[in-house]
Design a protein around this ligand. Structure first.
Ligand SMILES: *Cc1c(COP(=O)(O)O)cnc(C)c1O
Length: 348
């Protein structure tokens, strides 16, 4: 059977992924460096990402849910896989039979794992001020997890991407909590936390964003490489004149003759409407700005600077994460994790 053609693709550079992991591992000092591969490795494809990272020596992976764990587990080999959201009632049967470890977040989850874990190791999350997931420092001090075989005790930093006094406060609270829990390892830092330096690395780090080309703090500039490039084919090329408008609601009015290319990509592909009149494509000479509103499946760019680009040619969007975030008003995380299913993901 002849496969249908996909007019939009993500080019994913495995050497950049691996290089980013190596840099994060170096920055983690003596701590082991893991990898957060939840949300399909932030949209680039968890199966492939895990395969490359395992080959490079990564031995600790993190997902959010058991459905994600099931997809990733066959590819982690001997490495460990932790499920960050723990065990809900509906997860019990699956978790009991899985090799992945839950990260226990609530007293109810602790109780569940005592019954179903049968002495298998688990991880524990302690909340140190983010007030998202985790047991309280007081829960731990009162012995809530006593007797559980705990592999890793985690906490999570709320403001590691800023020079906030909260970082040191959370670190101190984490150390105090750790003193009351006999965990084999301690883990606090995400990508931004790794950039805060060796004091934050403990035994295991948990980068996500920076693996995939996001730059969480200035320390990553010049070290973190772009992993993912988005390309779309030109469906139509057209010429407009002074007074002509472009796209839904005619948010762009031309004041001159202009050449446009209509690209096979839109907000259904995660190229969200924040890029309207603000995003840009990379052309052989400079950039082609987005003209008018991004629509569901299509986006117009100016190709005055590229007289030879024709219907059917491929164009790369400027998806360098820090600059795309500035263009669109989205976070680097949102840019990655909203990439749609219509892209063909091409690994090299
Ligand atoms: C997603 C996540 C990470 C990875 O964070 P990044 O900011 O993407 O590096 C680490 N730890 C926990 C608990 C997470 O939920």
């Amino acid at each position: 059977m002849i496969q249908p053609h996909s007019p939009l693709r993500l080019r994913i550079d495995s050497s950049a992924l691996v290089s980013n992991w190596r840099w994060l591992a170096r920055m983690s000092g003596s701590a082991a460096c893991g990898a957060a591969v939840k949300a399909d490795a932030y949209g680039i494809g968890a199966r492939q990402a895990v395969r490359h990272l395992v080959e490079e020596g990564c031995r600790d992976f993190f997902v959010a849910t058991w459905a994600e764990a099931e997809q990733v587990l066959p590819h982690v080999g001997e490495a460990s896989l932790s499920v960050l959201h723990g065990v809900a009632e509906e997860d019990v049967a699956h978790a009991a039979a899985s090799r992945a470890r839950p990260v226990l977040n609530t007293p109810l989850q602790v109780k569940r794992w005592r019954e179903l874990g049968q002495g298998r190791p688990c991880d524990v999350m302690v909340d140190t001020g983010m007030n998202r997931l985790g047991l309280s420092v007081a829960d731990l001090a009162e012995g809530l997890v006593d007797g559980l075989p705990i592999d890793t005790l985690y906490s999570h930093l709320a403001s590691a991407d800023e020079d906030s006094p909260m970082n040191a406060r959370q670190r101190a609270a984490f150390l105090a909590a750790a003193a009351t829990v006999p965990a084999r390892r301690l883990s606090l830092a995400n990508s931004a936390g790794i950039c805060l330096g060796a004091d934050y690395a403990f035994d295991l780090t948990r980068p996500g964003l920076a693996l995939y080309g996001g730059i969480p703090r200035r320390e990553g500039e010049g070290h973190v490489r772009q992993v993912m490039r988005a390309e779309a084919q030109i469906v139509q090329r057209r010429r407009i004149g002074p007074g002509d408008t472009v796209g839904y609601n005619a948010t762009f009015t031309s004041d001159r003759d202009m050449e446009l290319a209509i690209l096979n990509v839109g907000y259904a592909d995660g190229y969200l409407r924040g890029f309207s009149n603000r995003g840009r494509a990379r052309l052989a000479s400079g950039f082609g700005p987005v003209i008018g509103r991004v629509s569901m499946d299509l986006t117009a760019i100016s190709v005055d600077a590229a007289p030879d680009l024709a219907e059917g040619d491929w164009v790369e969007l400027d998806f360098d994460l820090p600059s795309a975030a500035a263009q669109s008003g989205l976070s680097q995380y949102e840019l990655l994790t909203t990439l749609g299913a219509r892209y063909q993901r091409v690994w090299s």
